[in-house]
Design a protein. Sequence first.
Length: 106
Amino acid sequence: MQRLRLLLLSVFITLLSVSPAFAAPDLSRVQNFATNVIQVLVTIAGLLAAGFFVVGGIGYITSSGNPENLDKSKRVLVYSSIGLAICIGALVLSGIVSDLANQAFR
């Protein structure tokens, strides 16, 4: 037990005495990658939302007064609108964070 304490103490002292060397991060590459990924995901989400709008609209038109089909189509339209709004919000938020990061690290 005494040896373990001595070993831990020596490791701790060694770690304290070492000066850290931080590499300068290339934030522009990370930012470009994150921006590209978010743009691709938002584009895919936009295409999916457009598809669900079409499906919901066709279901709404062809419901023929059937309340179940009408409610189902309304939910599809509402949920695709909410999903699209969330994706656009994520795109705007990522742009704001990107601008703040640029200002903070330059």
